[in-house]
Design a protein around this ligand. Structure first.
Ligand code: AMP
Length: 400
């Protein structure tokens, strides 16, 4: 069975065709600048064939049409017929409190995703465009499944996901913590249990998905009980360009003093803060680490803030779960930054965690980086959100 996994944004789409017999990627690629002049598509196959093309992509239907052609014909052909694709799985950012698990797409599901657009104005409308374009290009009979980025966090208790504001207002506007990166956090704990050959029941795991966007989750018995992202992916840790948690008074103060509209304020907090804002030079962790090594004090502050905040979240989640068995690092920073993992774990000696420095000298590889006598296991586990989406899609299609 082959599953096509789609991650669709307002002007971009990424795809992967996965063979579920062995869970290998057969082909993958991306379309950029959809609906904007200067469109681009590129892709590659499992056996090293590649293509790249500058082509106008006026809308998502044209982009999906081009993806279909790339899979079916030309130098990068990987299938003989669309019948080989059993189903399509879409990543959807916001399922609100409506969807606590993945579902097969129906007109009602599309309506509900649309109703939740206020909570993800950049993402949910783009996902609907992607689903509709897929229906046009791949046909109505091709099953489509939506996998929600926040569904894994739906198990948080009310006292963890509520904000301390009048509850009638919270309910009226659906304001609460929803979290994000759920597909990744879920993949990480399930992969850990798989590696260890243990059930998730009885485990206490802290997952650190650290990339351009970052979040930490507390997962008890395989269920998320808290996570660092909030109503939107702005909350929690310092990120590439996002501020992370900030006293709301600082925000209203800035609005008053700078005369910003809510839209300008949101743009500021999402695009101009985080590592970029503090360092004044780059949102990229590698750039910041290089600048830090060259003595740049602003980059040092930005990265120290990140290390400190990751540690604080870990400490608070140990308290929230009354213990921890394993800490898992993933995402571009978590998988590749030896320094970040070292800076975070080194100060957690009070938990009797011991880092294996040699093992920690690793990039993008699944490996345990704690010593045998460490009281808590620490692992690097490269995330695989596409595979998690493909697995859910396969399961739902087989259940139909
Ligand atoms: P992601 O959003 O998961 O793709 O992660 C992107 C982030 O990972 C960027 O900030 C990169 O600079 C960071 N990253 C990738 N490789 C490294 C590395 N070797 N050391 C530090 N950060 C890295």
């Amino acid at each position: 069975m082959k599953i096509l996994v789609i991650n669709c944004g307002s002007s971009s789409l990424k795809y992967q065709l996965i063979d579920m017999e062995n869970e290998h990627v057969i082909a993958k690629g991306l379309c950029e600048r959809i609906g904007i002049a200067g469109g681009h598509i590129e892709g590659k196959t499992f056996d090293g064939r590649q293509f790249s093309e500058e082509i106008d992509l006026p809308d998502h239907t044209v982009a999906f049409g081009r993806v279909k052609d790339a899979l079916l014909e030309g130098e990068c052909k990987v299938i003989d017929s669309l019948d080989e694709i059993a189903a399509i799985g879409h990543r959807v950012v916001q399922g609100g409190a409506v969807f606590d698990h993945s579902v097969v797409v129906t007109p009602e599901v599309i309506r509900e995703i649309d109703n939740l657009s206020a909570l993800a104005p950049l993402h949910n409308p783009a996902h609907i465009q992607g689903i509709n374009a897929c229906t046009e290009v791949f046909g109505e009979e091709k099953p489509q499944v939506v996998v929600f980025d926040n569904a894994f966090h739906s198990t948080m208790p009310k006292y963890a996901y509520s904000f301390a504001i009048p509850q009638d207002l919270a309910e009226k506007h659906q304001i609460r913590k929803y979290g994000a990166h759920g597909t990744s956090h879920k993949y990480l704990v399930e992969r850990y249990a798989e590696i260890k050959g243990i059930p998730l029941e009885g485990t206490k795991i802290i997952t650190c998905h650290l990339g351009n966007g970052s979040s930490v989750s507390a997962v008890k018995d395989g269920k998320c009980i808290d996570t660092s992202m909030g109503l939107t992916p702005l909350d929690g840790l310092v990120m590439g360009t996002r501020s992370g948690s900030i006293d709301a008074s600082a925000v209203t103060f800035l609005q008053e003093r700078e005369g910003w509209t809510p839209k300008e304020t949101s743009e500021f907090l999402n695009k101009k803060c985080g590592l970029l804002g503090v360092s004044g030079s780059s949102s990229d962790m590698r750039d910041n680490m290089t600048a830090r090594e060259e003595g740049d004090k602003n980059a040092e502050l930005a990265t120290d803030m990140l290390f400190y905040q990751i540690r604080k979240y870990i400490g608070s989640y140990v308290a929230a779960m009354n213990g921890v068995d394993a800490i898992l690092f993933s995402g571009g920073i978590g998988e590749n930054s030896v320094h970040t993992r070292d800076a975070v774990v080194r100060e957690l000696g009070w938990l009797n965690i011991r880092l294996d420095e040699e093992a920690n000298d690793v990039r993008g590889k699944e490996i345990r980086i704690s010593t045998d006598d460490s009281a808590v296991e620490v692992w690097v586990i490269p995330t695989n959100e596409e595979l998690a989406i493909a697995r859910d899609t396969k399961r739902l299609v087989e259940e139909q």
